[in-house]
Design a protein around this ligand. Structure first.
Ligand SMILES: NC(=O)c1ccc[n+]([C@@H]2O[C@H](COP(=O)([O-])OP(=O)(O)OC[C@H]3O[C@@H](n4cnc5c(N)ncnc54)[C@H](O)[C@@H]3O)[C@@H](O)[C@H]2O)c1
Length: 344
């Protein structure tokens, strides 16, 4: 087998820890190490999981040593040992690392908290893998945007999409941080219509006619989207479901199966023993979906912590150019992460 792609992960938080685990599950990738600034249990988990730990700076490395850890070096040292770095640091920090990646001629992937302009390319595997092949950098778009592009691309491929309007109910914060922030006993509308996800989807596919509105809700599990789509023509429900089935990352679920809410779907992922109960797919309620002449209505769940993980793995292959065919990479990622046609 050809040499493995050497990957570094900068920032071992909600997204970084999942990316690191997913990289180590791919046959064609090896995880060179993980860099962070923390010295507490989170850094200890890097070591416990068998990964090499690096301090983001010399100061961070020394603090890790003082805390009894044994870091292998700094981010700069890690960068010498990788083909691609996936930057999973918090919003706006990653953009500041771009200079270091570029001057070291390291290919890099940013996450959805950063702006499109930081890389000049925004990525969703099923929509635009080919245009990322061989590039220096890309940005895997946010959780919500990934779901929008996956679903609308499936409808577009089938020639059914005219325009789409969505309302997004957004989780208030991530579960592990809910002692620090979040909202309780209220709903907080985003101050502008459209919310940013519609325009963000157009950074991947400028042809999409899409408008989003968003509201923050007092829970931490996942996002819930409601969509109203004007199709190009009258279509049957079966035609629409067949179009959605062309995406291997949209899972059709059913209320009649007992999957009646976000928590039940998360419980199913736990029962499937997915790491972190990850739901990598858009979980779309097939029995709830309605067609009325040329109008289509549906709702789906987005596990914000997990949906971008398979996209990030595909983006690694695209940038390095080791796999030029989107379907080949998607199939390899899906197999390694246990993504299959049916959730249950
Ligand atoms: N949390 C989500 O649901 C979610 C979903 C999709 C995309 N994203 C995007 O992914 C990115 C990461 O978000 P997250 O939720 O994983 O953040 P997080 O806060 O959970 O994790 C960030 C990690 O980076 C570390 N860090 C902070 N400063 C650093 C530095 N200078 N150098 C190295 N490490 C540093 C932190 O200690 C932490 O471990 C953001 O762009 C975010 O918008 C987040």
């Amino acid at each position: 087998m050809a040499e493995k792609i050497r990957v570094g992960v900068n920032g071992y938080g909600v997204i970084g820890k999942r990316v690191a685990a997913a990289v180590s599950q791919q046959e064609d990738m090896s995880l060179a190490g993980v860099s962070d600034v923390v010295t507490d249990w989170r850094a200890r988990m890097v070591v416990r999981n068998g990964f090499r730990l690096f301090g983001a700076t010399e100061e961070n490395k020394n603090a890790m040593r003082a805390a009894g850890l044994d870091p292998a070096g700094t981010l700069e040292d890690l960068l010498w040992q990788v083909d691609v770095v996936v930057d999973c640091t918090p919003k706006r920090i990653a953009a500041k690392n771009v200079g270091a990646y570029r001057s070291g001629r390291i290919k890099f992937i940013l996450q959805g908290g950063e702006k499109h302009e930081a890389t000049g390319h925004s990525f969703v595997a099923e929509a635009n893998y080919a245009s990322a092949v061989g590039r220096d950098a890309t940005r895997v778009v946010s959780c919500n945007t990934t779901s929008v592009v996956r679903t609308l691309t499936a409808l577009k491929r089938a020639g059914l999409l005219r325009r789409a309007r969505g309302t997004l109910l957004r989780r208030a914060t991530d579960p592990w941080e809910s002692h620090e922030s979040g909202i309780m006993n209220t709903l907080v509308p985003e101050s502008e219509i459209p919310s940013h996800q519609g325009p963000d989807a157009q950074t991947v596919d400028p042809e999409l006619d899409v408008v989003t509105m968003a509201v923050k809700v007092p829970e931490t599990l996942a996002h819930l989207h409601y969509w109203s789509v004007r199709m190009t023509r009258r279509a049957s429900k079966d035609e629409v479901l067949d179009a959605l089935r062309t995406s291997s990352r949209i899972a059709l679920i059913r209320v009649s199966d007992g999957l009646v809410a976000l928590n039940t779907v998360k419980e199913l992922m736990a029962d499937r023993a997915r790491p972190h109960d990850n739901l990598y797919e858009v979980a779309l309620w097939a029995d709830m979906l309605r067609v009325q002449d040329d109008e289509l209505f549906y709702a789906y769940m987005v596990d914000n912590q997990a949906i971008v993980i398979p996209e990030t793995i595909d983006a690694i292959r695209a940038l390095t150019g080791t796999v030029t065919d989107a379907n080949e990479s998607i199939a390899a990622t899906n197999a390694a992460l246990g993504i299959e046609a049916a959730l249950v």
